[in-house]
Write a protein that binds this ligand. Structure first.
Ligand SMILES: Nc1nc2c(ncn2[C@@H]2O[C@H](COP(=O)(O)OP(=O)(O)OP(=O)(O)O)[C@@H](O)[C@H]2O)c(=O)[nH]1
Ligand SMILES: [Mg+2]
Length: 363
């Protein structure tokens, strides 16, 4: 029998072994509408997540099969731009016609100008070795920019197949479902979820003279989702426009982002700090002198996430100087970022496996 992919995640369905991936209890008939695999079924009906992962080898094998002439659409997450670039994709994308889509525009404040965001994005893309034919800002969940994106893609594809690639959880499948809705006025059937690793194989959606193809995302190495439980992972992902929290900080003060990051203002002049994180992440200011004690007493409680039951690796320190002349972001991939204006030095603690980095402010 020919391989029948699950219409939710693209994994090849089987009905022999319920302990192996892509099991379905339903009979598999060629030519019939394929069922969902059990994992997609549970995800869609009960929000239950069964973790899976695609090995780097499987991923390379999948990419190797893609027609070299296809148009690539690389989807990045505006809440974690650099994290979702994935260096491994630079070389693959360099050889292709590429459009970059920056998704989740709805999470960043509406007050920021799109032109500013695009300008910063272009700078980041160039610095990372990407030279796309076009860059688009969209919100797949809200549908913002999706019709414009469709026109851009139609023009650049010229009848070639279009592959949606990128890091896991950037919203590739959500975007495709949204495009399907715009194009044929029907709900897309691809499974999406807050958990990384939702799409497991390629999903081809024929449209007119070409096909739109969803692909599994690549896992990010340095990322919070490698450390957290499902519920904490949900807590750190903002679902709607982030309301920035503004603090004026003095040297010798500390701010905690849950128990996932500790920012010590070790020296400098009083400066402004604007935090962009999900509302469920507690932001707590204290005196540097009291910080150790506070952390030990309140991690997993008042300092949430993680929950009290989750053991995280020990914290390690990173130092970031910042200067008056430029606004700087300290980014915690997956957790958010803080925009700093002023001058001084920060000492930042994060659990091993969550590597903070610094960039020129994106906002
Ligand atoms: N706020 C917001 N969330 C989005 C947007 N697009 C997708 N998401 C959310 O991001 C999460 C991941 O979406 P998916 O579409 O499953 O991501 P993916 O890139 O297909 O992920 P993989 O299949 O694991 O590679 C889900 O919780 C989506 O609801 C968006 O435009 N705005
Ligand atoms: Mg997907």
């Amino acid at each position: 029998m020919k391989d029948i992919p699950c219409k939710g995640c693209g994994g090849i369905l089987q009905n022999k072994d319920e302990f192996r991936p892509f099991y379905t209890p339903k009979p598999l008939e060629e030519g019939e509408e394929p069922p969902y695999c059990r994992r997609c079924f549970r995800l869609r009906h009960y929000g239950e997540v069964t973790p899976t992962s695609l090995s780097a080898e499987d991923y390379r094998a999948m990419l190797a099969e893609i027609d070299t002439d296809a148009l690539f659409v690389k989807v990045v997450d505006l809440f974690d731009v650099e994290g979702s670039l994935i260096p491994a994709l630079t070389r693959i994308c360099a050889a292709r016609d590429l459009v970059v889509v920056a998704n989740k525009r709805d999470l960043l404040p509406k007050s920021i100008k799109d032109a500013r965001l695009k300008h910063r994005l272009n700078a980041i893309l160039t610095a990372n070795g990407f030279s796309p034919l076009a860059v688009a800002l969209v919100s797949a969940t809200k549908g913002w920019g999706v019709d414009d994106l469709i026109s851009v893609l139609a023009e650049k594809a010229q009848g070639r197949d279009i592959y949606f690639v990128g890091a896991t959880n950037t919203g590739k499948s959500t975007l495709l479902n949204r495009m399907i809705r715009s194009l044929v006025d029907e709900e897309g059937t691809i499974t999406t979820s807050f958990a990384p690793g939702t799409t497991q194989g390629t999903i081809r959606i024929p449209f007119e003279d070409l096909a739109l193809v969803d692909t599994p995302g690549l896992f990010k190495k340095n990322h919070l989702y490698n450390l957290l439980s499902a519920s904490s992972l949900q807590a750190v992902q903002p679902k709607k426009e982030i309301k920035p929290k503004v603090y004026q900080l003095e040297p010798d003060q500390t701010v905690f982002l849950g128990a996932l990051a500790r920012i010590d203002f070790v020296k400098g002049l009083p400066s402004s700090f604007v935090f962009y994180t999900a509302p469920d992440v507690t932001i707590h200011r204290t005196k540097l002198l009291r910080a150790d004690d506070f952390f030990n007493r309140h991690k997993g409680g008042d300092l949430y996430p993680p929950s009290a039951l989750e053991e995280l690796p020990p914290l390690s320190a990173h130092h970031f100087p910042f200067r008056e002349e430029e606004k700087t972001d300290i980014v915690f991939p997956g957790l958010g970022f803080v925009t700093v204006k002023g001058s001084g030095v920060l000492r930042v603690f994060t659990p091993k496996g969550l590597q903070p980095y610094r960039r020129e402010a994106i906002i």
